[in-house]
Design a protein around this ligand. Sequence first.
Ligand code: UN1
Length: 506
Amino acid sequence: MRKEDLFSTLGLSEVESGAFCGEWLDCSDKELSSINPANEEILGKVRLARSKELEIVTSKAVEAFKKWRSVPAPRRGEVVRLFAEKLRKKKDYLGRLVSLEVGKILSEGLGEVQEMIDIADFAVGLSRQLYGLTIASERPRHRMFEQWIPLGPVGIITAFNFPAAVWSWNSMIAAVCGDPVVWKPSPLAPLTAIAITKIAEEVQKETSSPPIFNLIIGTVEEVGEPMVKDRRYPLISATGSVAMGRRVGTLVAQRLGRSLLELGGNNASIVTENADLDLALRAILFAAVGTSGQRCTTTRRLFLHKSIKDQFVDRLVKAYSSITIGDPLEEGVLMGPLITSDAVDKMAKALEIAEQQGGKIIYGGKTYIRPKGFFVEPTLVEAHNDMPITCEETFAPILYIFEYNNLEEAIRMHNSVPQGLSSAIFTLNIREAELFLSPEGSDCGIANVNTSTSGAEIGGAFGGEKDTGGGREAGSDAWKNYMRRQTCTINWADELPLAQGVKFDV
Ligand code: UN1
């Protein structure tokens, strides 16, 4: 498919506005270029929003909230359902755009749009299930219950690596909960955000909805930080690095707002002597090399029992050498480029440090392996316990391999990093699997048995502990983040009994 055809189907032009709130605003002359990381060509340009546009978008979102909160939740779900219908029609195009803009292979680009559709469908069902509890009152003829009320405009900050799905996790749920959203996407993936917002624009127009899906693309100084500090956003949901999350969390906490943080991971897999090694190999390959190691759920550390270590490493090296690296839109390619040259440099630096700390590169290690584009080799590093670099998240396909003697030791090593997003154990032994899932086991938000650390389904709550930020997005009861809980007591007696037996009569 030619780029021109793709762009015209998605309604994209060469230069786009970086602000939308029911209408596209005139932005500054400062332009941001979206670069295809596979060939370094400019895909398109975006005029950056400034504080002026942020103010307009925020006020519009506040106004939209006043209307949207009173629309019955199942009617709000209907708008999300129509959005999902349009996504289904445009899946192929949007998936390709994701691949072009961030370099993930087409199957993963399409997978990302599927993830949007899945969460939209989930949200539609949820729109009829925003249940509150009824609680037994201790006072006679009193009814006590809790209800969930829309919260207000939600600021959504997303990263480049999931430029579509993560917005949907937040916005589809927020929309059925009665909250308009204002999206600040990664400056590395602005076109995907604009294309999605154009689909949302159609739905809003067709359903005469207020501007619930808004967009603001600008710098951290002019747009990001002011949005985070603004009390008109009761919730800021941010995905990105630990450093970014610390800043966002601090600023939001200063105004006692609510933040939902989904930050870095340093995910590990343990392969025991009782594992199905064929299955483990496939799962680890996907989790370590998929998205070129740029998922927050990527497997970055591998703990192998000493009895299977040598044979597993041999098989891993063989599998790594059969990975085709190249244009992410080409069939047969399993690994595309990294997102920027800065990402490539960071990978090279991490490998240099790993070697200084006693690590041994046993496969890969080369960077800039093609004349154009940010391509690297997926890399295996034999590591040991005393390597501080393995405690850091390097957003690149580096897998550190450790040997262990017993499972307790492996779990200790597994939990010894600051991050706590995803984890996996490969074993057919029920005691090993259950230990991993017990309070003595994995300290992560996600713990899997015999499947990858990455590739979570939307139905579960997604997020992690420790430096990962503690937030939970997507499925399960993550919707409660987007609403406020109100506890209500109705006295239908003709007396006023007080709780705790207190007497207060005049
Ligand atoms: C992310 O990398 O920020 O579980 C999200 C996964 C995907 C989502 C990753 N469903 O790998």
